[in-house]
Design a protein around this ligand. Structure first.
Ligand code: NAD
Length: 398
């Protein structure tokens, strides 16, 4: 069976789905590994490093013509999707709950779609496959470096002949995977760090990293299902924003990471809270999205300086800016999942397996993932192969 790694084509994407180090593991499992010319360049893995590891470097058209399984980091672009054919499989982070249209399109083409973002994250045997966690770790680390680079002072306490600099006061809002990594990284840089989250369980995790946990009196337990947060009510949201504003004003640097699955990121820093911050303060909004982020006025991929001198950085694909580390981790995740799903030289789809039930989105001409199928139904789109008389199905969200 031929497993092929495509060159990512999303703008600015520098990661690659498989790094040379992982190639021998797949070959040992009886798989043949193909790599599209130049696929590893952005992460500093030249074609020669793949050939030395036992992979075959091929041109784009040859790859699509011969591959059985195509590995990607993010969603394949239109040109790639057009080249896919029935019986092939695509494995990557396909964001089917953000835009289920791709899943419907792959199902119609008879392509099996496997998405790492659907992995059951609390299952211990799936931890080596958890790409959301590995990439959030990279992002949390980089967010602190981005903040430090934009901040006009030092992070650590520095005592020099030219004077003493007090440590930066840094606040992390949202203490999940990325937030905890940001806390650890900021501590290592010498900042005085505080953390906050709506899940009470995060208090101990924040404190175990040597940071101070901020408890709000106005918002109670907002732990939701599966270790995630639930969406706050409108009253809770307002109370949270108001109470947080006083804490935010006391900090020099704020990193926000708050997310609620399937919802737009919650607004934690209002324009009022921004106005109360001192000139020279820096915010990195890791929740920045085209629908709005954790910070009023933040724009993904852009840096905005407010009238009162607060730099608001809208993060965009931070893992791609640490491409080698992010690819190394992702490569281990995707190969662990692949080896879990391959048996007797082929991909064995079995959605009675808890891991596969989470990641298999489309198979045998149907969107088989219940949550994705439900979303498509709600959007009025079909979930399976086009039969005669079916109307054209638009790709929702595109
Ligand atoms: P996420 O990216 O969905 O959200 C980031 C953080 O934002 C979360 O901690 C969430 O509680 C917080 N948040 C949401 N709304 C907020 C609000 N209004 N105010 C403040 N904070 C808010 O989360 P994640 O980083 O993917 O992790 C979610 C959970 O999954 C965590 O409990 C994590 O420990 C758990 N997890 C467990 C495993 C495992 O068991 N192997 C693996 C990965 C993650």
């Amino acid at each position: 069976m031929k497993v092929a790694v495509v060159k990512e084509n999303a703008p600015g994407e520098r990661r690659v789905a498989l790094v040379p180090e992982t190639v021998p593991r797949l070959i040992q499992a009886g798989l043949e590994v193909l790599i599209e010319q130049g696929a590893g360049n952005g992460a500093w893995f030249p074609d020669s490093s793949y050939s030395e590891a036992g992979a075959t470097v091929v041109k784009t058209d040859d790859l699509y013509a011969t591959a059985d399984i195509i590995l990607t980091v993010t969603r394949p672009g239109e040109a790639g999707v057009a080249k896919l054919r029935s019986g092939q499989a695509v494995v990557g982070m396909l964001s089917p709950l953000t835009d289920p249209g791709l899943a419907a399109e792959l199902a119609r083409k008879g392509v099996t779609a496997v998405s790492l973002d659907g992995l059951p994250r609390t299952l211990s045997r799936a931890q080596s496959m958890d790409a959301l966690t590995s990439q959030a770790n990279v992002a949390g680390y980089k967010a602190v470096l981005v903040a430090a680079a934009a901040y006009g002072r030092f992070f650590p306490l520095l005592i020099t002949a030219a004077g003493t600099a007090r440590p930066a006061r840094l606040l992390v809002l949202g203490a999940g995977v990325a937030g905890l990594q940001a806390i650890g990284t900021a501590r290592r840089l010498g900042a005085q760090v505080s953390g906050y989250d709506v899940r009470p369980a995060s208090k101990q995790e924040v404190e175990s990293l040597g940071a101070t946990f901020i408890e709000l009196t106005s918002v109670g337990n907002a732990a939701g299902e599966g270790g995630y947060a639930r969406e706050l009510t409108a009253e809770e949201r307002q109370a949270q924003q108001a109470e947080l504003a006083a804490h935010i004003a006391r900090h020099d640097v704020v990193i926000t990471t708050a997310q609620v699955p399937g919802r737009r990121p919650p607004l934690l820093i209002t324009s009022g809270a921004l106005k109360a911050m001192a000139a020279g303060s820096v915010i990195v909004d890791m929740g920045a999205s085209p629908l709005g982020g954790n910070v009023a006025g933040s724009v993904p991929g852009e840096t905005v300086v407010t009238e009162n001198g607060v730099t608001v950085i809208g993060a965009q694909n931070l893992p791609s800016t640490v491409p080698t580390a992010a690819s190394n981790a992702y490569s281990r995740n995707i190969s662990a999942l692949l080896l879990h799903m391959v048996s007797e030289g082929g991909l064995k789809i079995d959605t009675s397996d808890e891991i596969q039930a989470g990641v298999v989105i489309a198979h045998d001409g149907q969107v088989v993932h219940p949550a994705v199928a439900k979303l498509l139904e709600a959007q009025g789109a079909g979930t399976g192969k086009r039969t005669e008389g079916d109307a054209d199905v638009d790709r929702p969200g595109n």
